[in-house]
Design a protein around this ligand. Structure first.
Ligand code: MEV
Length: 324
């Protein structure tokens, strides 16, 4: 049995259905070829040591018996709780050293916490010589997210585990890989990091105030996701773009848009994109636009002109895998 392993998992981008997917509705998500890497090593000593320089965690060390207790830096929470949940569920224990490194800027909202949790869990299954399935990785990683955030659909975990483009329903009730070989998407970063937990809380406060209105919006988003799934499978990019713009309207109604995201979204539409929307929780992070290759240059230039940063990436990337 190995005592050291390097695992990688893809970042993700929400295509359709954010927020509604927290409340038992479906969404569509793609994995990105920008990956998180984690090297995990078994130690003789009963220590948990984490180096995650991307999120300012350096030589963070504690004894195994104190896992999950005391002041835990934000950047260490997912890996620490993930390790604790794994030990508890599989009744194993041992000193662990973890080093994580992302190919992407953690502020993009590509799911660095979920990807590092998934890498860790896959590595632990191997290091402790346990049989497992992709669903086992999903379940324990998703439990970790809920332990920390209390709320969340788990779509980001599913994307890191399975990769590709997924049709996903809350909590992994449905995880359906879609066979799509290309996606003419442009991604723009707004320059501001979104706080998913805060945005989910704001939306749930709105839902408490206007339950029927917000539930109606979730229902419409579900209809959009189902239509978008069909359009994706048919590679009907024009229809997909129109559906994106309609989805964006509902996200604005939920109150998660920002001036900057709107500027980038309108700029890309005016430059010829079929449609555009924010991607993820809103309040910052990224927007996405779907456009034909003819207009791609113009759309990229328009997003940059409106102050955004275009991120070049490929979609439909492979799920969690062993590197070394
Ligand atoms: C955040 O990227 C997407 C949300 O739908 C939260 C979730 O699905 O866990 C807002």
């Amino acid at each position: 049995m190995k005592n050291k392993i390097t695992v990688s998992a893809p970042g993700k981008l929400m295509l359709f259905g954010e927020h509604a997917v927290v409340y038992n509705r479906p969404c569509l998500v793609t994995a990105l070829d920008q990956r998180m890497f984690a090297t995990v090593q078994k130690l003789d000593a009963h220590d948990f040591i984490l180096d995650a320089p991307d999120v300012n965690v350096v030589s963070y060390k504690k004894q195994l018996k104190t896992l999950g207790r005391g002041d835990i830096p934000k950047g260490a929470q997912f890996v620490e709780f993930g390790c604790q949940n794994f030990f508890k569920k599989y009744k194993v224990r041992g000193g662990i050293y973890i080093k994580t490194k992302a190919q992407f800027f953690p502020k993009y909202g590509f799911g660095s916490s979920s990807a590092s949790t998934v890498c860790l869990i896959k590595a632990l299954f191997h290091l402790f010589g346990l049989a497992f399935s992709q669903k086992d990785i999903f379940d324990i990683s998703y439990k970790t997210v809920l332990d920390i955030q209390k709320k969340g659909s788990g779509f980001d975990i599913a994307s890191a585990v399975y990769g590709g483009i997924l049709y996903f329903v809350t909590g992994g009730k449905v995880i359906q890989p879609l066979k799509i070989d290309r996606l003419p998407l442009v991604v723009g970063y707004s320059g501001r990091k979104a706080d998913t937990a805060v945005l989910m809380r704001q939306v749930s406060e709105k839902a408490a105030k206007y339950p029927n209105v917000i539930d109606g919006i979730y229902m419409q988003i579900e209809v959009i996701v189902e239509l978008a799934k069909k359009a994706l499978l048919k590679k009907d990019w024009e229809r997909l773009g129109e559906l994106m713009s309609i989805n964006q309207g509902y996200l604005e109604s939920l109150g998660v848009g920002t001036d900057m995201l709107s500027a980038m979204i309108y700029a890309s539409r005016n430059a010829g994109a079929y449609g555009a929307k924010l991607s993820g929780a809103g309040g910052g992070d990224c927007m996405i636009a779907i456009c034909s290759p003819i207009y791609k240059k113009n759309v990229v230039a328009a997003i940059e002109k409106s102050g955004g940063t275009v991120i070049s990436c490929n979609f439909n990337a492979q799920g969690v895998r062993i590197e070394l």
